[in-house]
Design a protein around this ligand. Structure first.
Ligand code: ZN
Ligand code: ZN
Length: 316
């Protein structure tokens, strides 16, 4: 049996002809038998592709041969083409859909005006240095609020976001203005959302913004469950949650009984994007019942129960 792998990567760099990059990437992946999802935008590229090890190595080499992608880091992980339903290569106005492409400026160094990058070790140095000065560092969650239900940094601020587009209204609401003169560290799964979020925050008057290089994933590799991270990490694949060690705390609460759990489940409607936490005892409930959103939608449009829902991985 041949060995397979997945690579994850992103680069913020100006692309004058995203459509040409899309065509090239699509042809390259198809010829190498790779599947996955790639977004190309005037601000750069973001992708996750999988296939046979030798093909993925070829892909990395070919992709890096293009000037703007020369220094791009690729994160390797277990898996293969079978982890993706298809190959999708699309041009979008933004790499991460905050809904404000006109606010984002990139140059060869990346996003202009973003927060200072910190390694996991530098995060600890910052917290200690500020504490010595009598100040507290605030961790600011750059993900959808749902993801933070099962894991987040200690005492983190978790904005009320259903999607990344909700961040702008949250930041402009005034709710977080008390943090504008405080040290704030943003974090997300792999770091890409914070590249943009930290710049949007700085534009809005947050004076001291940092971001964790490589996100929660890199932090967890360095400190596991013995640092400032607490709980489990939500991941965008069939597993849905992963932990850094056996000591990981269980922060999530079952929607039905309130018991501890980290397991997200889809409601019974196919294609429903609503994920809710259920414990082992109550996990049959979403398989037999619609979520509140679907019940409401069905009541409003009885002939079309699945309209408007996005595709998400369904837990097996
Ligand atoms: Zn329960
Ligand atoms: Zn539903």
């Amino acid at each position: 049996m041949s060995i397979s792998r997945i690579v994850l990567y992103y680069a913020f760099t100006p692309l004058s002809d995203p459509e040409a990059v899309r065509l090239w990437q699509h042809t390259l992946c198809r010829e190498l038998g790779l599947k996955g999802r790639i977004i190309v935008s005037p601000h750069g590229i973001n992708g996750t592709v999988g296939g046979e090890l030798s093909a993925v190595k070829q892909y990395v080499k070919q992709t890096r041969s293009y000037g703007p992608f020369r220094g791009m880091e690729f994160k390797w992980s277990d898996g293969g083409a079978e982890d993706f339903p298809r190959l999708s290569v699309k041009v979008r106005p933004e790499l991460v859909a905050f809904g404000v492409p006109e606010e984002i400026e990139v140059d060869e160094q990346g996003v202009v005006g973003g927060g200072e990058h910190l390694t996991p070790q530098q995060v600890h140095e910052l917290v200690e240095a500020k504490r010595a000065d009598g100040a507290e560092v605030t961790f600011f969650d750059g993900r959808n609020a749902m993801e933070a239900q099962i894991g987040r940094f200690k005492d983190a601020v978790v904005p009320e976001t259903e999607t990344t587009r909700d961040f702008i209204a949250e930041l402009d609401s005034g709710k977080y203005d008390h943090l504008k003169d405080q040290p704030v560290v943003t974090y997300c799964t792999g770091g890409i959302r914070c590249e943009v979020l930290s710049a949007l925050m700085r534009r809005r008057g947050f004076e001291e913004v940092y971001q964790i290089d490589g996100g929660i994933v890199r932090y967890g590799e360095a400190y596991g469950d013995s640092g400032y991270w607490e709980g489990e990490l939500y991941v965008f694949d069939g597993r849905m949650n992963t932990r850094f060690s056996q000591e990981a705390a269980t922060l999530g609460e079952c929607t039905a009984c309130g018991g501890p759990t980290s397991s997200f489940h889809n409601c019974r409607d196919r294609g429903c994007s609503t994920l809710m936490l259920y414990c082992e005892d109550c996990r049959h409930i979403p398989e037999t019942t619609r979520c509140a959103d679907c019940e409401a939608r069905l009541a409003a449009h009885p002939q079309d129960p699945n309209s408007g829902h996005l595709e998400r991985p369904r837990r097996r």
